[in-house]
Design a protein around this ligand. Structure first.
Ligand SMILES: C[S@@+](CC[C@H](N)C(=O)[O-])C[C@H]1O[C@@H](n2cnc3c(N)ncnc32)[C@H](O)[C@@H]1O
Length: 243
């Protein structure tokens, strides 16, 4: 990344935070040691914990880490280059309350994070997987939602967002077993142009975006939820200003 272009942002939307001189840069890239994540050892304190699964280039997490220095953040993505971008941007903002790691969300939720360990789990634009036969790759299954319920503390928050209507309909129904969802109508107040790269891209393409924040239920509802085997209907992008 060219540091002089670091604040250029995406689609004309500036990246949150300010870069600082090189001597103040931090090191926010984290290599997975294959053992449970030691929050206190890594951040040197006990603070509320925020996780972004499939964080992409880290736009949301960096914005949150800048705005909420009293919280510790971990961003996870399977794509190395995305994590490198996130970590470089966080380093250049001298952030100390965020780590970026290459990893699989399922492994992290089951093997790195303990029950009752997290305060917030954010998932923005999980991949819908459009091709027939790919439904089994979808992240948000009943089992995964149950594990999210388990690793969140009482009162913990699950934040979900997608521009795929079929995924949204599925999530609206599925999430209710473990969480009480509050639908967010319109853009996020803290990031009206988009919390994430994909959200900004969706606006640019004229796609609707659906958002919820859902509070962990004390006891899950005794209802069955189906697997996410919906037809994801690949969206037809509208051109900006077009019909
Ligand atoms: C559509 S992108 C959204 C990225 C970002 N959240 C945003 O809104 O801009 C989906 C992201 O999820 C990541 N991803 C997909 N499956 C994953 C998994 N099992 N574990 C971690 N990341 C995953 C992809 O690499 C990709 O960066």
């Amino acid at each position: 990344m060219n540091p002089s272009r670091d604040n250029d942002g995406e689609f004309g939307v500036p990246f949150p935070g300010r870069t600082v001189p090189r001597e103040q840069w931090t090191k926010t890239g984290f290599r997975d040691p294959g053992t449970p994540f030691d929050w206190k050892g890594i951040f040197g304190r006990e603070a509320p914990r925020v996780v972004d699964l499939g964080c992409g280039n880290g736009r949301y997490l960096i914005g949150s880490a800048v705005a909420r220095p009293d919280r510790d953040h971990v961003g996870i993505d399977v794509v190395q280059v995305a994590i490198d971008y996130g970590a470089q941007r966080a380093n250049r903002r001298a952030l100390r309350n965020v780590r970026f790691v290459v990893g699989d969300a399922v492994t992290w939720m089951y093997e790195r994070f303990a029950p009752d360990a997290l305060d917030e789990v954010h998932i923005y634009h999980p991949q819908p997987y459009y091709e027939p036969g790919e439904a089994g790759k979808r992240l948000l299954t009943p089992e995964f939602l149950e594990r999210t319920w388990t690793v969140l503390r009482p009162g913990g928050l699950l934040v979900l967002q997608t521009d795929n209507k079929s995924y949204w309909k599925y999530l609206l129904a599925a999430v209710q077993k473990f969480f009480e969802p509050e639908l967010i109508r319109g853009p996020w107040p803290d990031a009206p142009l988009g919390r994430t790269r994909r959200e900004i891209q969706a606006h640019h393409k004229g796609l609707a975006v659906w958002r919820m924040q859902a509070v962990r239920r004390e006891v899950p509802l005794a209802v069955a939820i189906p697997p996410p085997d919906f037809d994801a209907n690949r969206p037809q992008f509208r051109r900006r200003g077009g019909k």
